[in-house]
Design a protein around this ligand. Structure first.
Ligand SMILES: C[S@@+](CC[C@H](N)C(=O)[O-])C[C@H]1O[C@@H](n2cnc3c(N)ncnc32)[C@H](O)[C@@H]1O
Length: 272
């Protein structure tokens, strides 16, 4: 009911606003730090009539939404989907049909584990013009903030992004390929399945001593990093009581990063 009211107000707003035909911008908001937004994303956001946003969009990014724009929360936490995906697709189509600039604002990049492809397909099927504005995906933004190089000569010549909610026992992940040495595996949505992930990688041949880390709230002031190995990480993470969103990074590059975190950050230097 609440969602229907919000939807109704959003549609009324676009009817009053900018001219037809409507246009949808599928915009990547990056991993949280508003300074990681692209210039294009910031411009498109500043011109929005309606913004349909996810829970992963950082508060600093939401501050850039114009006061005149109507906000629609589409949710999507692990167990709290404010609107199911089909409803989001339909909503975008309906909003666009009434004219105006509709921004679909999504954490990270819209086309990396973001269902941006499904939304784009719904818009294309309905004949709605749209564009995709890429964002810094969590793997890149979070790894940079944690100073973990995703590839590094002599340690990782490949990097694989994988969705960890599939690490639930009956996963259809390609474990032999993920367990290959000399590669980095970045796991999105991997906190709940972390013990199974580590167990499967070791069972398929990755050394138990392989370095691995979990980064909570990467790029945000609440960022925390827990480092360990495939053998120790699940226990360390359980006792650290990390809160999502978190990213799991597995590979020798995590050990490489230990030398990099020893250097002070710019903010620390400026404070001295
Ligand atoms: C549904 S996926 C969306 C990914 C997004 N489209 C992207 O490109 O980053 C959500 C997952 O991304 C990861 N994630 C997003 N932002 C993060 C952050 N600031 N810190 C750690 N992990 C993050 C987490 O694994 C989270 O569960």
């Amino acid at each position: 009911m609440l969602a229907a009211n919000v939807e109704g107000r959003a549609i009324a707003r676009t009817q009053r606003a900018t001219p037809r035909p409507g246009f949808v911008h599928l915009v990547g908001a990056g991993p949280g730090d508003p300074e990681l937004l692209t210039l294009k994303a910031a411009r498109v956001l500043s011109q929005a009539d309606v913004v349909v946003h996810d829970h992963l969009v950082g508060p600093g990014v939401m501050d850039l939404v114009p006061r005149t724009a109507l906000l629609v929360y589409a949710g999507k936490e692990r167990s709290n989907h404010a609107l199911p995906q089909d409803r989001i697709n339909e909503l975008l189509v309906r909003l666009a049909r009434r004219g105006g600039r509709v921004v679909r604002l999504k954490g990270g990049d819209p086309f990396v584990f973001g269902r941006g492809g499904e939304e784009a397909a719904a818009l294309a099927a309905a004949g709605i013009p749209f564009e995709v504005v890429p964002g810094v995906t969590a793997a890149c933004g979070v790894a940079a903030a944690a100073r973990i190089p995703l590839t590094h000569r002599g340690h990782a010549h490949a990097v694989t992004f994988v969705a960890g909610h599939r690490c639930d026992g009956n996963a259809d992940l390609d474990w032999p390929s993920l367990a290959r040495a000399q590669q980095t595996v970045v796991v999105y949505m991997g906190l709940a399945g972390l013990p199974e992930l580590c167990r499967q990688l070791v069972a398929h041949g990755r050394a138990p001593s392989t370095s691995a880390a979990v980064v909570q709230h990467g790029t945000l002031p609440t960022q925390r990093i827990v480092r360990g190995t495939l053998e120790t990480l699940p226990r360390l993470v359980a006792s650290a009581e990390l809160k999502p969103p978190t990213l799991v990074i597995v590979g020798e590059v995590v050990a490489v990063s230990e030398a990099l975190v020893a250097m002070p950050e710019l903010a620390t230097l400026a404070a001295d």
